[in-house]
Design a protein around this ligand. Structure first.
Ligand code: LLP
Length: 429
C-alpha cells in the first residue's frame, strides 16, 4: 500500500518546549513566569502566532489571496497588533471586534465581517471604516445593509455566505455548514439573490463566502464545500456576474490528526485554477493561535476518593470552558518535570461548584500540592470564553515576544467584578 505522505510545515507544532526539564517559550521559563505572576495565568508565544500566520500566507505562493485571522479565537490586543504588523487580514463578527482590530492597527481594507445578526450600529461602523467585505447571511440583512449604505451615500462591498450543506465531522456545537444550521443562504437561493443585487444601489456584489465549522481534521469536507462554492461562482459568471473573490472560511483543526497548513491550502488552491481570476480569502482562527497559548495553573490540593483521585487546581471552567462545553481534550503537563513526586492517575479539576469543572480526566501525572501544570493548546477559544462564574476574577495574560514577557492583561480584582452593578451597599446599614 502506498504510504500517505504529508507536506510538513516549518512551524513547530507548539510554541513551547522543555529545556533542562522545564517548559520554556522563546527562551523564557514558564516556571519563572508562574512564580512572578502567580497562577492561573495564560501565556502566549508571539513568535509562534506570527510564524503560523506566515506559513498560511506562504502556502498560497503567487496566488492572489488574503488570510484573515478569525478574531473570535483570541482577540487579545497584543495578538491582533502582532498580526496587523505583518499584514494579516481579520475576520470579525461584531462591532466590538471591529473596534479592537482598528485599535490594534488592522487595515480596514483587509477586514471581512461575518455573522447572522449584525446590528445597525455594527453595520454602520463597518461602512464608516471601509471594510473589504460584508459576508451577508440573509435576504433581510442584504436589504438592511443596502438601506444603511444608501443613507451614507456609499456602496457596501458584499459576499453572499453560502450554506453548502456539507456535514463536517466535528463536535455538533461547532459545525455550521449543514442545511439545518442558522448560517448562510441555501445554494438554491444564491443565484436569484445575486441577480437582485443589481437593483440595490447600496450593494456591490464582490464574492461568495462559506464556513462549514471548526476543528475539522479531514480535508474532504473543505474540498466538497469549496467545489460547491466554485460551481456557484461559475453559474453566476454565466449570467454576467463576475465575482472578485471567494471566502472559504476557517475551521482547520489542530492536533495530531489535523492536516498541515500547506496540505490544507494546497487542497483549496487546486480547486480554483488561476484563470478563475478569483482572489482566495480564508479565515483561520484556531490553527493560528491554539498551540501558541497555555494556561498555567497550580495544584491547590490532592484528594484521594474511593474511586478517583483528584488534583484540584486553581484554574477552573470559568478560565477554560472548552472541556466542559465540548468535552475537549487538552494535554496537561508539568511545567517543571525535574521534580519527581509520586506518579498517580488524577482527574484535574477546578474549584468551581460543578462536576463539569473537569479540565482533564484520568491523567497520569507526577504531582504534589504546589506543583505547577500547563494546560496545552488553549490559545484559541480559551481566555476569550472565560467568565466570572463563581465570582472568580479573570486571570492575567502574558505575551512573550522577542524573549520578553509582557503582562498584556492584568489579573482582575474581586472589586472590579461589581464595578457595573447598581444598588450595592458598601456598609451594613
Ligand atoms: N469564520 C467564521 C465565519 C467562523 O464562524 C469561525 C469560527 C471561523 C472563521 C474560525 O474558525 P477556526 O479556524 O477558529 O476553526 N468556541 C469553539 C469554536 C467556535 C468557532 C466559531 N466560529 C471552540 O472552542 O472549539
Amino acid at each position: 500500500m502506498k504510504k500517505k505522505t504529508r507536506t510538513t510545515s516549518k512551524v513547530p507544532e507548539t510554541g513551547f518546549a522543555y529545556r533542562n526539564g522545564v517548559l520554556h517559550t522563546d527562551g523564557l521559563s514558564l516556571a519563572e513566569i508562574a512564580d512572578k505572576q502567580k497562577t492561573p495565568v495564560y501565556v502566549y508565544c508571539g513568535r509562534h502566532i506570527v510564524e503560523t500566520y506566515q506559513a498560511y500566507d506562504a502556502a498560497f505562493g503567487q496566488r492572489s489571496h488574503l488570510v484573515c485571522y478569525a478574531v473570535k479565537a483570541n482577540p487579545a490586543h497584543a495578538i491582533l497588533a502582532a498580526l496587523a504588523k505583518v499584514g494579516a487580514g481579520f475576520d470579525i463578527v461584531s462591532g466590538g471586534e471591529l473596534t479592537r482590530v482598528l485599535g490594534a492597527g488592522g487595515d480596514p481594507a483587509r477586514i471581512v465581517f461575518a455573522g447572522v445578526g449584525k446590528m445597525d450600529d455594527e453595520l454602520e461602523a463597518a461602512l464608516d471604516a471601509g471594510i473589504r467585505s460584508f459576508n451577508v447571511e440573509s435576504h433581510a440583512e442584504l436589504h438592511r445593509l443596502n438601506t444603511l449604505a444608501q443613507r451614507k451615500h456609499c456602496v457596501a462591498p458584499v459576499a453572499l455566505r453560502v450554506n453548502p450543506d456539507i456535514p463536517a465531522d466535528t463536535h455538533p456545537h461547532i459545525a455550521t455548514g449543514d442545511a439545518k444550521h442558522k448560517f448562510g443562504i441555501s445554494q438554491q437561493q444564491i443565484a436569484p439573490l445575486a441577480a437582485a443585487t443589481a437593483s440595490l444601489p447600496g450593494i456591490a456584489l464582490h464574492g461568495l463566502a462559506m464556513h462549514i465549522g471548526s476543528q475539522i481534521t479531514a480535508l474532504a469536507p473543505f474540498a466538497d464545500a469549496a467545489k460547491r462554492l466554485r460551481a456557484l461562482a461559475i453559474e453566476l459568471r454565466k449570467t454576467g456576474i463576475n465575482l472578485k473573490h471567494v471566502d472559504l472560511g476557517g475551521g482547520l483543526g489542530v492536533g495530531k490528526e489535523a492536516p498541515t497548513i500547506p496540505d490544507y491550502v494546497g487542497t483549496l488552491t487546486k480547486l480554483f485554477p488561476a484563470d478563475d481570476c478569483l482572489e482566495l480569502i480564508i479565515e483561520p482562527g484556531r490553527s493560528i493561535v491554539a498551540h501558541a497559548g497555555v494556561l498555567v495553573t497550580s495544584v491547590v490540593r490532592l484528594k484521594h476518593g474511593d474511586e478517583h483521585s483528584f488534583a484540584i487546581v486553581d484554574a477552573g471552567m470559568n478560565d477554560l470552558l472548552r472541556p466542559a462545553l465540548y468535552g475537549a481534550y487538552h494535554d496537561i503537563v508539568n511545567v517543571d518535570a525535574t521534580a519527581k513526586p509520586p506518579t498517580g492517575t488524577y482527574d484535574i479539576v477546578g474549584p468551581v461548584c460543578e462536576t463539569s469543572d473537569t479540565l482533564g480526566a484520568r491523567r497520569r501525572l507526577a504531582i504534589r500540592e504546589g506543583s505547577v501544570l500547563a494546560i496545552m493548546g488553549v490559545g484559541a477559544y480559551g481566555a476569550t470564553m472565560s467568565s466570572h462564574y463563581n465570582s472568580r476574577p479573570r486571570c492575567p495574560e502574558i505575551m512573550v515576544e522577542s524573549g520578553v514577557a509582557r503582562l498584556t492583561r492584568q489579573r482582575e480584582t474581586v472589586e472590579e467584578l461589581s464595578r457595573n452593578e447598581k444598588f450595592m451597599t458598601t456598609n451594613n446599614e
